[in-house]
Design a protein around this ligand. Structure first.
Ligand SMILES: C[S@@+](CC[C@H](N)C(=O)[O-])C[C@H]1O[C@@H](n2cnc3c(N)ncnc32)[C@H](O)[C@@H]1O
Length: 373
């Protein structure tokens, strides 16, 4: 985080401006504030900055989210961290906390992709990014983009490659600390560890606001989408990709009903167990879908169950590891919502977004790109 980024932010509690705490002095690396704290100029709430990442959680939830290093920095810079209290936290909030924990495992342990993967042509590459978030490249160059639920940095990397002026990332999990390492030195990025439903971003600061493969995992997706749009200036582009309800019978009819059972397993066990259906699916992709799609006329191949999704997986998830990790991703999510087309249209309408593009991609997700009015 740099000093010039601070005016883009505000207090979670009262939305007042923030200022850098001078005492104790922040730790700087050139223009980057590596360690320190921001303080609300009205209510005096403090937010730690850890390894350049602004950490923004409501005070009462800090014990549930902070890593040991974040806690240490918070204490050094006078951030109040109350004792953990299980009782005050409602069930949905607990599932949101579990969401952060699960994806921390996914991106820090199970699927630690890096620059080679981002430059490759599989799922982490540029082509896959633009399939789900189909923004014109010329609308990215020199613009300020916000990536909501940015994971380990896939979207941030591709937006930077297209010449974004600044990419702001809001991500609830500690995988956000991996993002800077993926970028070229000097790439302008503002990293915020926060829940997108409790956003520290000021309104109207961005030209592009995107959330890819993630809004379905947010405790209150309506609030999350409202914040995504609020961050945009009028005329800005909002792009999301989410699970679709339509056609997605494997998720709604099989995976979701099994989750109460599967979620009794430790996460690591669930990860390794995912290699069992992963191996079956991997075999199906290689020895059933791929050859049949070469042999059959397209109109007949299209009749195979979930054909477009399977063809896509055969092409972009070429290894057993990628297929199994995708299954793990689908089964571990503590919160998953499946959107209907009308709900997508209603989300846009309710937030003053004119729909420019709405498409069911690979029969399992909706992509909605709209323009803030
Ligand atoms: C399926 S992953 C997608 C990550 C990234 N968008 C990508 O496609 O590579 C979902 C991400 O959403 C994040 N997430 C879930 N709920 C969130 C919330 N309320 N606020 C911010 N991030 C959230 C998770 O931590 C996880 O990294």
């Amino acid at each position: 985080m740099k000093q010039e980024h601070i005016p883009l932010l505000c207090c979670l509690e009262c939305r007042a401006p923030l200022a850098l705490v001078r005492e104790p002095a922040p730790v700087m690396a050139g223009p980057e504030i590596e360690y320190g704290a921001l303080e609300c100029q009205a209510c005096r709430t403090r937010y730690p900055i850890v390894q350049g990442v602004g950490v923004f959680f409501p005070t009462s939830l800090l014990p549930d989210y902070l890593t040991p290093r974040e806690r240490q920095t918070a204490l050094t810079y006078g951030v109040e961290v109350p004792p953990s209290q299980d009782e005050g936290v409602d069930d949905l909030e607990k599932r949101q906390i579990a969401t952060a924990r699960n994806w921390s495992y996914q991106w820090n342990v199970a699927e630690r992709y890096g620059r080679d993967d981002l430059d490759g042509d599989l799922w982490f590459g540029e082509e896959a990014f633009f399939l789900f978030i189909p923004l014109p490249k010329e609308r990215i160059r020199d613009r300020v983009a916000v990536v909501w639920c940015g994971g380990r940095g896939r979207e941030t990397y591709h937006l930077h490659k297209c010449g974004s002026r600044l990419v702001v990332v809001v991500e609830i999990g500690d995988e956000i600390y991996a993002i800077r390492d993926q970028l070229d030195p000097g790439a302008e990025v503002l990293l915020l560890r926060a829940d997108m439903t409790k956003s520290p971003l000021r309104e109207g600061v961005a030209d592009i606001s995107i959330c890819d493969h993630a809004l379905q995992h947010v405790s209150d997706h309506q609030k999350g989408y409202a914040n995504l749009v609020a961050a945009l200036r009028p005329g800005g582009l909002a792009a999301v990709n989410v699970y679709s309800h339509e056609n997605n019978w494997v998720m709604t009819g099989v995976v979701e009903p099994l989750k109460p059972l599967l979620h009794r397993l430790p996460l690591r066990a669930l990860h390794y167990l995912s290699y069992v259906p992963g191996a079956v699916l991997y075999a199906l992709l290689r020895w059933f879908y791929a050859p049949l799609n070469r042999l059959l006329p397209p109109s007949q191949a299209a009749r195979l169950p979930l054909n477009s999704n399977m063809v896509y997986w055969a092409e972009k998830k070429k290894t057993l590891r990628l297929v199994s990790n995708t299954i793990f991703d689908l089964v571990h999510a503590p919160i998953s919502y499946h959107f209907r087309q009308q709900e997508m249209e209603a989300l846009a309408r309710a937030n003053g977004v004119r729909v420019a593009y709405l498409k069911n991609i690979n029969q399992t997700t909706w992509t909605l790109v709209g323009i803030k009015q």
